[in-house]
Design a protein. Structure first.
Ligand code: 5GP
Length: 200
């Protein structure tokens, strides 16, 4: 199963999903490719696969991405082959991607479950963006402006989670994953096995 998590930047979605995959069996986070340079203590192959813009464009032209988008002037993409490999291996995969990327996945009719994470309020988001002080004033303003546009996309998703408290939010997201795994359509083959033991 493919899960897509989107949220405006500064909502804490990466921390949330990192926690979520730690506490949920058979769930892994996809590692995106990006043309943006590493920030702070980010590590190649851990936080992102950092590649040059030219290499990214080459990969995009070769159709290697399930989706890709230009976010704040940098390119970000989900590798189709890597995502498929995890899914074939029996794990569920979470993509932490922006609203444009989610739309591209939806447009291809790739089955997935969308989760939108909202901050408790615009004011809290602003405080968080200023607090992490990774960006200059211009960048913060740009992120806030994009956030204003992105939050209105929440209705395109299947679930909405408000990140008011980290632990609670992780719990809600795990609840969503477990509930999705228990849906009748997904459980039918396993249920049939159990029913087989009843010799019905
Ligand atoms: P940041 O540069 O702060 O790590 O990420 C900026 C934005 O890019 C975030 O909204 C993040 O969700 C989005 N993003 C990260 N990876 C991908 C990806 O593979 N595809 C798309 N469409 N967006 C991504």
């Amino acid at each position: 199963m493919l899960f897509i998590v989107s949220a405006p930047s500064g909502t804490g979605k990466t921390t949330l999903v990192e926690r979520l995959v730690k506490v949920t069996d058979h769930l892994r986070m996809s590692r995106s490719y990006t043309s943006r340079p590493p920030r702070g203590d980010e590590v190649h192959g851990v936080d992102y696969n950092f590649v040059s813009r030219a290499r990214f464009e080459q990969m995009a032209a070769a159709g290697e991405f399930l989706e890709w988008a230009d976010v704040f002037g940098n390119l970000y993409g989900t590798h189709a082959g890597e995502t498929d490999k995890y899914l074939q291996g029996g794990d569920d995969v979470v993509l932490v991607i922006d609203v444009q990327g989610a739309r591209k996945v939806r447009a291809q009719n790739v089955p997935h479950v969308g989760i939108f994470v909202l901050p408790p309020s615009f004011q809290v988001l602003e405080q968080r963006l200023r607090g992490r002080s990774k960006d200059n004033e211009d960048a913060i303003r740009r992120r806030l402006q994009v956030a204003r546009e992105e939050v209105s996309a929440f209705e395109e998703y299947n679930y909405v989670v408000i990140n008011d408290a980290l632990d609670l939010c992780v719990e809600r997201m795990k609840g969503i994953v477990l509930a999705e795994r228990s849906k009748l359509a997904r459980m039918r083959p396993k249920a049939a096995q159990v029913l087989g033991t009843f010799e019905l």
